[in-house]
Design a protein around this ligand. Sequence first.
Ligand code: XLS
Ligand code: NI
Ligand code: NI
Length: 443
Amino acid sequence: MGNIITGEKEFFKGLGQVKFEGLESDNPLAFRWYDENRVVAGKTMKEHFKFAGAYWHSFVGNGSDPFGGATHIFPWDAKADPIERAKDKMDAAFEFFTKMNLPYYCFHDVDVVDYGDNVAENEHRLQTLVEYAKEKQAKSGVKLLWGTANLFSHKRYMNGASTNPDFHVLTHGAAQVKCALDATIALGGENYTFWGGREGYMTLLNTNMKREQEHFAKFLHAAKDYARKNGFKGSFFIEPKPAEPTKHQYDFDAATVFGFLQKYDLLNDFSLNLEVNHATLAGHTFQHELQVAVDNGLLGSIDANRGDMQNGWDTDQFPNDINELTESMLIILEGGGIKYGGVNFDAKIRRNSTDPADLFYAHVGGMDIFARALITADNILQKSDYKKVREERYASFDSGKGKEFEEGKLSLEDLRNYAAENGEPATISGKQEYLENLINRYI
Ligand code: XLS
Ligand code: NI
Ligand code: NI
């Protein structure tokens, strides 16, 4: 555990260091499961998760929605000068990360400091805050999991950034990415994320999809080449999402992005940052997206949150579904863990959660539910017949003709002859309810 770092002013007064107290504790501001030093499946919990706080949801997003303005009135938002205001915000952020025992954080350029319309002035602003962040990181030990550029909020990006039909807009996206990459590198950021919020289209009537996707790939290559030239060693993440804000987004889901990376020769440098609520918007479970990523060696990082069963948009609620996360941790553990990144809380407290403590409760719950899911999944893998049941379903491919088929030795006629000679297959249960009960037994 590091030191609590406050600025001149303490923003979260009365809220101290959140610690592990175990299952006996009824302190709502303590961890009951997340014990950073506990070793599970060969690694400490701290190493498994690399939990990160998200600058945008926790220190910028103010509770506003399409029907009403801010409900979270932040004391770090008071000063008129953008640099002074940004420093206050960073003081608040590092105070929170250290009190919460979050080892990492993530940001967009414009979360750190407000941008105007002048490229050079924006670069100067971010560089100023990077110097400030360097001191904060050094004092606290908190590290940057990934940086990114917001290429979706400014009105110039209404038709996309790197996929914009106007080259001039694309260059502004590039300017922002260059500066955000410089910031990420200067801060020792471990990875860099591209979430293509408006990289997609609203209607095909005005869209040359092929050309836009080619521009997207060219843009990613340019960004990657620049970062590598400047010593960046981390992974670049693409964060799939099917829609919202654009009607149809090019990074629809993990499988779509895999195809894109393969087609445009980006697989060596890029991997996936998967978000729970984005998976469900794509009509998948989070588990499905994880499995696609693991099977293709692309599980780079996770944006933790959850959706709402009755809503069709990205509600970004804090995770609390133990079944969803236990099944997810099974896939992550069997897949050898999260490759480059960690678990970033891309989640926001509700509009009507207005106490400073609410941000703490939200992260306590999120970190604890992941820890509990990890322990549960590890128990299932160690002690139950979960793996065996699945392996046995494929036993017919382990020997004889089934094995020969897997080895590519059988023709279509060979397969036909096997069917004709062996009659009707026996009925074999998929044991779904048995397995669902098994998961619940270990929870
Ligand atoms: C929005 C995305 C965004 C990315 C970072 O839906 O999740 O927050 O994680 O640009
Ligand atoms: Ni996200
Ligand atoms: Ni999202």
